[in-house]
Ligand binder design. Structure first.
Ligand SMILES: Cc1ncc(COP(=O)(O)O)c(C=O)c1O
Length: 461
């Protein structure tokens, strides 16, 4: 692997811009323009400091900033790399995808088994119901003044869905229709965060959450999780916002137990933080019913984000944000300023799917299919599987040293994998694979797991 020590980096000691920000800025630009490419290794902080004639602290601070923004990956014990998905625009030739390993933005080349997490099965919906939904959207007149809260009838339907499915005591007045979790989180960040504020994200956790907070100027603080979810005792007292996935921690897979939920809310009340609950895959549980949403335990301190990205697909571009009325009003105002909105026809189509029970029917069918795929993984890799019987991914726990070689060799055999290491902000503390079974057929899941099983060394259990 090429170690990038020939970058034309410079520092200007006369400039008012701090040295670490200068170095981070030049590296960021090099990654943005493709001069530094996904998977490339950067020099150690010691080598970088020597190269530039600056202190090691300057080099460390520059890297820390780029980690926080998601540009860099720290893989255990083996240096600092340009993160896998900083290079989205290249054609996904087999070689390119193999080199990136955990890249998420392009589909896998034909014939590959794609076990990366994050994508649902987008072929399972009832096409007649889908067409009917779009016919109803076509009958809607266009609105010159889209409502930043969303269509009133869809807000009612979503509130009803949340009361039934998530035991959330909510009325339509607390619901805003968004384009998905990312959009909802960005609106919260734009409303509550800015330079100088600190925002917590689970560690390991959803990379997009980190990038969204950083892009609104906040300092991103990694908040460690264990097998049950976020560790409340480890939370600092000065967070403005904490992003968390209590129903099914991403990527480790824990379900936050009730006593810990109570502790988390006590922490939020004491510190004044807002807890953002990402309920991204709560529709998919295969054993017991999901625990009621955190929002229901303290509607004053929690913002709940939901999405159709897992139940139907990210292409639909629809989600919801549930918040206390005063916060929701502030978000709506900010949304207007940002000229941000959810498509009216999409809202109408989704309302039809909800009204007619088509979405519920689809979810019932998909639950059966996903449960079978999950069972195929457990059958092949049982002793290594971690996480609740839920969602569209499992974690496969492996010793740290095993993971990079396994991912590479699986890639050589046409199996695309993602790692828990890739979902850390700082040095990885949880090691293994994050296996997604949403977008792979049952046959592909079996094929992929057989390859993984063969590649786990005997002492890997
Ligand atoms: C943890 C998590 N939350 C939410 C989402 C969905 O985000 P969106 O609704 O913006 O598509 C994903 C998708 O990959 C995810 O992994």
């Amino acid at each position: 692997m090429r170690v990038t020590i020939d970058l034309p980096l410079t520092v200007d000691r006369e400039s008012p811009v701090p040295l670490a920000a200068q170095v981070a800025g030049q590296l960021r630009e090099a990654m943005r323009t493709g001069r530094l490419r996904a998977g490339e290794r950067l020099p150690s902080t010691r080598a970088l400091a020597a190269l530039l004639g600056v202190s090691r602290t300057v080099a460390t601070d520059a890297y820390q900033q780029l980690y926080a923004e998601g540009w860099l990956d720290g893989r255990h014990g083996s240096g600092t790399y340009v993160a896998d998905d900083t290079l989205p625009y290249e054609q996904p030739g087999a070689q390119a995808v193999e080199a990136r390993g955990a890249a998420r933005r392009e589909p896998a080349p034909p014939g590959w088994v794609d076990l990366r997490p994050g994508r649902p099965w987008v072929f399972g919906y009832d096409t007649a119901a889908w067409r009917r939904a779009w016919r109803s959207a076509g009958e809607l007149a266009l609105n010159a003044f889209p409502d930043p809260y969303g269509h009133p009838e869809l807000r009612e339907l979503l509130a009803d869905h949340l009361r039934r499915a998530r035991a959330v005591p909510v009325g339509a007045g607390n619901v805003m229709v968004t384009r998905g979790t990312g959009n909802g989180l960005d609106l919260i960040a734009a409303t509550l965060l800015g330079p100088g504020s600190r925002a917590g994200v689970e560690e390991p956790g959803w990379r997009a959450a980190r990038r969204i907070f950083a892009s609104r100027g906040a300092e991103v603080v990694p908040c460690p999780v264990d097998e049950q979810g976020v560790i409340v005792e480890a939370l600092p007292d000065d967070l403005r916002v904490l992003y968390t996935t209590p129903a099914h921690q991403f990527p480790v897979g824990g379900r936050l137990p009730i006593p810990r939920r109570e502790k988390l809310l006590a922490w939020a009340r004491r510190t004044g933080a807002i807890v953002v609950e990402d309920d991204y895959d709560a529709e998919f549980r295969y054993d017991v019913a999901p625990l009621p949403a955190l929002y229901g335990l303290d509607p004053g301190r929690v913002v709940l984000l939901g999405t159709l990205s897992k139940s139907l697909g990210p292409d639909v571009g629809l989600g919801w944000l549930v918040a206390p009325a005063d916060l929701l009003d502030a978000v709506a105002e900010r949304r207007m300023h940002l000229a941000d909105r959810t498509s009216g026809p999409v809202q109408r189509a989704v309302a039809t799917l909800l009204e007619r029970g088509d979405l519920d029917r689809h979810l019932r069918r998909m639950r059966l299919e996903y449960a079978r795929r999950r069972a195929a993984i457990v059958e092949a890799l049982g002793p290594y599987v971690r996480g609740d019987t839920a969602g569209l991914h499992v974690m496969v726990s492996l010793p740290a040293g095993v993971v990079p070689g396994l991912v590479r060799r699986a890639g050589e055999r046409g199996v695309l994998l993602d790692t828990t290491e890739a979902h850390h902000q700082g040095p990885p503390r949880v090691h293994g694979l994050v296996l997604g079974y949403g977008s792979a057929s049952r046959a592909d899941v079996r094929r992929g797991c057989a390859v993984i099983r063969e590649l786990i060394p005997p002492e890997g259990a």
